[in-house]
Design a protein around this ligand. Structure first.
Ligand code: SF4
Length: 503
């Protein structure tokens, strides 16, 4: 017969624990502890406390900030889960010195730091600057869409929300009617189930009435959100600042978390949680934040103007390009067709023209002697003498012949479905390029491509670290300000980690 060691739960162990020893040198918790104890000035938090004469002493904001940063670094975002970690995890216990702040204290601390978060963020940046972690010459912007603490089923235009409310009211009426009929039946049968049926419908009706009340409260004085296209955007009843956004893994209700990263050590210089799913109007909002942060840590305006600023094709818009041009930045933001024009990628199937009207100018050869273009089928496109205005620029049109294009084997790849012949619009030389065309020309140049190639290695690992390694996948607080606080705290965790590894 097998024999096992006996065990007894009614015994007591005396385990000596040194709190200091739990925070080991070289770990992220050590970096957080060192920074908060010795480098960061948390006095701006003190003004929130009014217990100098009465009331019991509060938990030190240093302790609260330490556990918030530590828990965010481990993918723990909810205040109840942070409270639980403070009770069960020895590193959290060491960080709190045995105090266990409850979830309400933690939630209030995080959501109430709207005035303190930006100065705190720049203090961390200043330390990065002192340690030589900032290059200050190459900045890359990117964003990720993260779900907020609101369901997308509570989104809609004001008209849709009114309809939703009316349908809920009808549901309530139907339930009341059903209940009355059943009630009559049960009474006539003298059934014992009367109470349970009563309760079931009562709870259902109460829940629906709560939902109706919530929509009513929101609709009371609500104004429609009008987008850039002058159409009404969907509003969310639970979190009106958040937006419905399309992502690669479906539609979410949340925020677009933006960050500008320095290329030297991938330090985040500015962060922003935006309620707009589109990236094409984010730069005018985040650029002043970047400028202010750099100014606070000692950069001069002239240093900023020399910098290269890079974004992916999602940021290609007149609004973004103009904002960068106003700051005289060396901007590289490609349009979404730049890879199709790249001669190095012609062999790659992914970038080869497919479908209708996909042949670009690079596939046509200019013959100077005859002032004509030669198409991929070997036919000539001759020019009209008259110049035409296209998108505000004077262009010369080169056109193919109807009879050759109409019977050409390549017409499906070359022309739009409804076109009778192929036309090329070539801007007249010597004109001032539009801001978008100038950018296209820049990204098509050798230098432009070289600068753009650094973008991926600069900014993408930062988002990979925050989302995948740290496991920060959603905002738990509602409202743009509070989501912004959470995003800056996550950015700070990333920056502190860099400080920790560099010290
Ligand atoms: S459609 Fe016309 S322009 Fe295009 S490849 Fe054929 S002949 Fe040339």
């Amino acid at each position: 017969m097998a024999r096992f060691k006996s065990y007894d739960y009614r015994q007591r162990l005396m385990i000596p624990v040194s709190l200091e020893d739990q925070i080991m040198y070289g770990t992220l918790e050590f970096a957080i502890q060192e920074l908060i104890e010795n480098r960061l000035d948390l006095s701006p938090f003190h003004e929130k406390y009014c217990n100098d004469k009465t009331g019991r002493p509060a938990i030190n904001p240093k302790i609260l900030l330490k556990i918030v940063l530590l828990s965010y670094s481990r993918g723990i975002v909810g205040s109840r889960r942070i409270e639980q970690a403070c009770k069960e995890n020895i590193v959290f216990m060491a960080m709190t010195c045995g105090y266990c702040p409850d979830h309400a204290t933690i939630a209030e601390f995080v959501s109430g730091m709207s005035n303190q978060i930006s100065p705190l963020f720049t203090q961390v940046l200043l330390i990065c600057q002192e340690m030589g972690l900032l290059g200050g010459t190459y900045f890359a912007i990117d964003g990720c869409k993260l779900p907020g603490n609101a369901s997308k089923k509570w989104s809609g235009t004001l008209k849709e929300l009114k309809e939703k409310k009316e349908s809920l009211e009808k549901k309530v009426d139907r339930l009341i009617q059903e209940h009355q009929e059943l009630d009559k039946d049960l009474r006539s049968k003298n059934s014992d189930d009367e109470d349970s049926l009563d309760n079931f419908r009562k709870h259902k009706i109460e829940a629906l009435n709560r939902q109706i009340k919530r929509i009513n409260k929101f609709l009371d004085g609500a104004k429609p959100r009008i987008g850039k296209q002058k159409v009404e955007l969907k509003s969310n009843v639970i979190d009106p600042d958040s937006a419905k956004m399309a992502t690669s893994h479906g539609v979410i209700q949340g925020y677009n978390a933006q960050a500008i990263v320095d290329d030297k050590h991938q330090i985040i210089l500015a962060g922003l949680a935006s309620g707009e799913g589109n990236d094409n109007s984010q730069i005018p909002v985040i650029l002043p934040i970047l400028k202010q942060n750099l100014k606070t840590i000692g950069y001069k305006e002239s240093d900023f103007k020399k910098a290269t600023f890079v974004g992916d094709s999602g940021y290609f818009s007149v609004e973004n390009l103009k904002a960068c041009a106003n700051e005289q930045l060396n901007t590289i933001i490609p349009d979404c067709n730049f890879r199709k024009r790249d001669p190095r990628l012609v062999e790659q199937k992914k970038y080869q023209p497919k479908g209708h009207g996909r042949y670009t100018l690079t596939q046509f050869k200019y013959e100077e002697m005859n002032d004509q273009y030669r198409c991929p089928a070997g036919k000539s496109l001759t020019s009209y003498a008259k110049q035409t205005m296209i998108h505000g620029r004077k262009c010369r049109l080169y056109v193919g012949k109807r009879e050759t294009c109409g019977t050409c084997a390549l017409r499906f790849q070359c022309m739009m479905k409804t076109a009778k012949r192929r036309t090329l619009a070539i801007p007249v030389q010597g004109q001032k390029l539009s801001i978008t065309d100038a950018m296209k020309q820049k990204i098509d140049s050798e230098e432009g491509r070289k600068e753009y190639a650094k973008r991926m290695g600069t900014v993408e690992p930062v988002f990979a670290n925050i989302r995948e390694t740290k496991g920060l996948k959603r905002f738990t607080l509602r409202g743009k300000i509070k989501a912004g606080i959470q995003w800056l705290l996550w950015c700070m965790v990333h920056n502190i980690e860099k400080i920790g590894y560099s010290s």
